[in-house]
Design a protein around this ligand. Structure first.
Ligand code: ADP
Ligand code: MG
Length: 366
């Protein structure tokens, strides 16, 4: 119930081959103690975050240094936890959450490159084995595309699901599929099914090739892991093996807890004109901008309110409705802002840095 600030960390990806070849300059330099320095012709600014990960930081170091492990533990403890990756297309959001997306369906990424998601799943399954608590894990996977909520786990052509509100549940998606899993393979399969090319041929999560990034995602994706835990009396420590078998089932010592861990991969934050999009793509870009704008607006109002009651316009977009609890309610939230160090991305980088700095003032009451 104590007021807790959003934890905001920054990841600066390395310059890509293309950027190096065309002679882009590196305008972002990370300094020590969680600050970055942006220096270009007319800009010279320093930004501070809970942690800054530079181009040389491994996926494992990001997992440990971001506080992701603690977030997993809090979800097991019954809290609602959210991590969201934010930044322009090509800044490394998906890489940070899932690792490099391989070109072929069969080729798996090297374990050292696995992202926050896979590391969290491993951590969850580890906890479920070591704690003696009986964890039941299930997953749901949604995308928001053109202001429509779609279920990525439901086979067949995508259909829009209604987003509703109730006093007890807050905003929720009606009829969303939730699938139980109990191994790394099972959850990995689930994600592959949703992201990879299904037999029908078309990728279910909307991606499209355009000027900025071939793999840029044109939708916001939300993967939620529901964690139900019941501590089993008699399993902890040596007492379990000593208790006589005649005693029968034990009443549970702790009440059951229900936590969740939500991973949000936001669509790119760049402006429409930079993407060279037109027609259908420009409708997409406008919708993406609209929900990111709504998100930015909510964040800045939350940051200004300083914990006091203010009207926050969560209803302005589907995205902000779904993130209402993470941002202003009882959730615990980690934001990973992603930026490119290239001089060509300067204006977007600055906007991401300002956005992320504002988010640091947002508080929730877990
Ligand atoms: P986004 O999801 O923000 O659009 P991606 O995660 O797809 O961006 O990253 C864009 C490109 O940069 C990809 O080819 C990805 O493999 C590469 N990349 C991103 N971050 C890193 C990193 N930290 N180290 C190495 N390559 C990275
Ligand atoms: Mg992406």
């Amino acid at each position: 119930g104590r007021e807790t600030r959003l934890r905001v960390v920054l990841r600066v990806r390395p310059l890509t081959c293309t950027e190096t070849q065309r002679g882009d300059r590196q305008v972002v330099h990370s300094l020590r103690d969680g600050t970055v320095h942006v220096s270009a012709a007319r800009h010279d600014a320093i930004f501070g975050f809970s942690a800054v990960f530079d181009a040389g930081t491994s996926q494992e170091a990001v997992f440990e240094g971001s506080g992701m492990r603690q977030l997993v533990e809090l979800a097991v403890d019954g809290f609602s936890c959210t991590v969201f990756a934010f930044g322009q297309t090509g800044s490394g959001k998906t890489y940070t959450l899932m690792g490099p997306l391989t070109q072929s369906d069969t080729q798996a990424a090297s374990p050292s490159l696995l992202g926050l998601m896979q590391r969290s799943f491993a951590c969850l399954l580890e906890q479920s084995q070591s704690h003696g608590s009986d964890l039941a894990l299930s997953a749901s996977y949604l995308e928001i595309y053109n202001e429509q909520v779609r279920d990525l786990l439901r086979p067949g052509p995508p259909c829009a699901l209604p987003l509703r509100w109730s006093k007890t549940r807050g905003f929720y998606v009606e009829n969303q599929l939730s699938v139980d899993f109990d191994s790394l393979e099972a959850i990995a399969d689930l994600l592959l099914q949703a992201l990879d090319t299904p037999p029908a041929g078309s990728q279910r999560r909307r991606t499209s090739a355009h000027a900025l990034n071939r793999h840029s995602s044109r939708s916001h994706a939300l993967l939620t892991i529901h964690v139900r835990s019941r501590a089993k009396e008699g399993v902890r420590g040596a007492r379990a093996s000593l208790s006589p078998p005649t005693q029968g089932p034990q009443p549970s010592a702790c009440p059951s807890k229900q936590g969740m861990l939500c991973f949000v991969d936001l669509a790119g934050s760049e402006r429409v004109k930079e993407t060279g999009s037109s027609g259908e793509l420009s409708v997409e870009a406008n919708n993406i901008n609209r929900s990111l704008l709504a998100l930015g607006h909510c964040i800045s109002l939350l940051a200004k309110s300083g914990g006091k009651r203010t009207h926050i316009p969560y209803r302005d977009s589907k995205l902000t409705r779904l993130l209402a609890r993470s941002l202003g309610g009882s959730g615990i939230t980690l934001m990973v802002a992603c930026i490119s160090p290239s001089s060509r991305c300067l204006s977007e980088t600055l906007s991401t840095l300002h956005y992320a700095s504002r988010a640091r003032r947002v508080t929730t009451r877990p």
